[in-house]
Design a protein around this ligand. Structure first.
Ligand SMILES: COc1ccc(C(=O)NC2CCC2)cc1-c1cc(C(C)=O)n2cccnc12
Length: 121
């Protein structure tokens, strides 16, 4: 971490914005771009108690609510797991969530992040 006060925050923000943009590029249909509503998904809010989507994650990055990449990764996994809980396996949403989860885990893997950290500093 840098010596200047708070400069960590700037670097972390840059990294998380880079990561969320990369992950969101994989959600070509925009199924994970905004919160799922009860209108498009009946009963969603009573089944999924901790909803998550990319717009919420982006807002949390801007308001510095992630102390580190692990907390960001947790929200990403939560978002994918919500979709694999509410939707049946044969649906496009379940399949997209599964694909996104695997791509995201790879991108957020330790060695990838280490490499990213090196290029950032
Ligand atoms: C922000 O969420 C969405 C935005 C747009 C769409 C959408 O364009 N759906 C059309 C493709 C067939 C109807 C679906 C969704 C959507 C995401 C989800 C998730 C992520 O569970 N979902 C579940 C049931 C029904 N619709 C959805």
């Amino acid at each position: 971490s840098c010596t200047l006060k708070g400069s960590d925050g700037v670097i972390l923000k840059q990294m998380l914005n880079y990561l969320v943009k990369n992950l969101q590029n994989k959600d070509v249909n925009g199924f994970f771009a905004f919160p799922v509503t009860d209108t498009i998904a009946p009963g969603y809010s009573s089944i999924i108690l901790h909803p998550m989507d990319f717009s919420t994650m982006t807002a949390k990055i801007e308001s510095a609510e992630y102390a580190n990449v692990m907390e960001f990764k947790k929200d990403f996994i939560l978002m994918c797991n919500n979709a694999m809980t509410y939707n049946r396996p044969e649906t496009i949403y379940y399949k997209e969530a599964k694909r996104l989860l695997h791509l995201g885990i790879r991108q957020l893997s330790k060695e990838k992040l280490l490499h990213l950290k090196k290029t950032q500093s």
